[in-house]
Design a protein around this ligand. Structure first.
Ligand code: UD1
Length: 425
């Protein structure tokens, strides 16, 4: 078992380069199944979630070839059986995208109920509603969702909740349906736009992505393509938060500053100096932060995937802050871990009331999920003493080379093997 060992107090200085977006990659890799040719995907992050989805595609018969650490070539020609069993999908929420991709390609998808981060009930009713309106039927047997259609016909779909996953899945099923599909109340996240751009580069006709109405004119075939995915908004936000907590002056490179607007706005409210350039942002902080309130919302609101990291920052802000988690039912499991480090946080339903303390103190903590783990890293970088973070497999799902990137700007962070205490870099 590996753990991260971080000693706080070092100011961070230098440049961090952001990798490709996890949430775009885990939608676009399954989307490549829809192609009749070979897709070359670039700027793919070197993370566990990508390895898992690659493995799933490979086991289904696709040829997945890593050209470099950041590019993969996918030839879905060998996929015969549209089946993804539980042992493959259990670790990964985004494996639910196989439903839309396989249904779009084969008019059939048997996919086990997905795993992923545990922050409350994660229903797929809107995904299934969308497939149903396009003409598919489904049943659930032995924890497998079995979906099939004689044909898919474009239609009008209103999503009852703004769901990234349902928007992606309906897009995947609709690109090759007959006629026009309109998705209303669609999610507007940057990775939805990225997926639409990827699909269009294969010859699809998807318009309006990035707004709440997406229109898709079905096409008969999709060709192979070369596509470079967007930078990771949440990875960038996490390193911005790390600089704010530790203090320092860091350029975060390879970002789209527009995607970071809600994060930048909150950090500025907390007194942090942020300068925006074409494809980078500079973050300057003395580690002293002002209180603020945060409510998570679908894009362009403040992202729920930055909620734990911002709460870690507010733990040492000047005054009392309220964080309202309005997307997920149960996304405060990390609070217990921050409390071990001395944070004063009370949870009341969807609210976390955070009374800023002078400093956090290093302690043994757990990464209870991916972004919770990110929050522990942020907190540890500004804490007095040493923090040991366990269960880092969650962090490895979504952050490429976190040790290398933070070490390069001066953080004292090491990956340690629990069994023999052997240091790894
Ligand atoms: C995606 C992200 C995840 C992020 C979340 C919200 C990926 C791989 N994961 O997850 O990191 O936290 O968006 O930004 O991109 N809902 C329903 N019925 C459904 C689907 C969703 O009620 O059929 C609800 C959920 O319970 C939740 C809300 O809608 O309260 C948003 O969920 P959704 O946007 O679907 O999240 P994911 O796509 O799973």
């Amino acid at each position: 078992m590996e753990k991260l060992v971080i000693t706080g107090g070092n100011k961070l200085r230098g440049t961090i380069k952001i990798s490709g977006a996890k949430n775009a990659a885990v939608a676009i890799i399954p989307a490549a199944i829809l192609s009749d040719g070979v897709c070359l995907l670039e700027n793919i992050p070197d993370i566990e979630d990508v390895n898992i989805i690659d493995e799933i595609l490979g086991k289904m018969g696709a040829s997945v070839r890593h050209i470099s650490t950041s590019s993969i070539e996918i030839d879905p020609g060998g996929i015969k059986e549209p089946v993804a069993a539980y042992d493959l999908v259990r670790h990964m929420r985004a494996s639910s995208y196989l439903m839309g991709a396989l249904l779009g390609k084969c008019l059939r998808a048997d996919v086990a109920l997905p795993g992923g981060c545990d922050f409350g009930v994660r229903p797929v009713d809107q995904h299934l509603k969308g497939f149903g309106i396009l003409g598919a039927t489904h049943n659930i047997e032995d924890d497998m969702i079995k979906i099939k259609a004689d044909k898919l016909v474009g239609n009008h779909i209103y999503l009852d909740v703004v769901s990234v996953g349902a928007t992606v899945n309906v897009m995947l099923a609709a690109v090759k349906a007959e006629g026009r599909t309109t998705i209303e109340n669609a999610a507007r996240e940057p990775h939805i736009v990225d997926l639409a751009n990827f699909l269009n580069s294969m010859g699809a006709d998807v318009r309006g992505a990035g707004t709440d109405v997406i229109k898709i004119n079905g096409v008969k075939t999709l060709r192979g393509t070369t596509y470079s995915i967007i930078p990771d908004q949440i990875e960038a936000g996490t390193y911005m938060a790390a600089v704010c907590c530790a203090g320092g002056d860091v350029i975060i490179q390879n970002v789209i500053p527009k995607h970071l607007e809600s994060i930048t706005a909150k950090l500025r409210e907390m007194g942090v100096f942020i300068e925006e350039f074409d494809d980078s942002v500079r973050v300057v902080s003395d580690g002293k932060l002002k209180r603020c309130n945060v409510t998570t919302m679908p894009h362009p609101g403040f992202p729920t995937d930055m909620q734990p990291q911002i709460a870690a920052l507010l733990s040492t802000a000047d005054g009392t802050s309220i964080v309202n988690e309005a997307v997920w039912d149960n996304r405060f499991r990390y609070v217990e871990e921050l409390r071990r480090m001395g944070a004063n946080i009370t949870v009341d339903g969807s609210l976390a009331i955070i009374k800023g303390v002078e400093k956090l103190t290093g302690a043994p903590v757990k990464a209870t999920d991916l972004r919770a783990g990110a929050a522990m890293i942020v907190a540890a970088l500004g804490a007095i003493g040493t923090t040991q973070i366990e269960d880092i497999r969650h962090i490895q799902r979504g952050y490429e080379d976190v040790v290398g990137k933070l070490s390069s700007v001066g953080a004292d962070i090491k990956l340690v093997d629990d069994d023999d205490n052997m240091m790894k870099n």
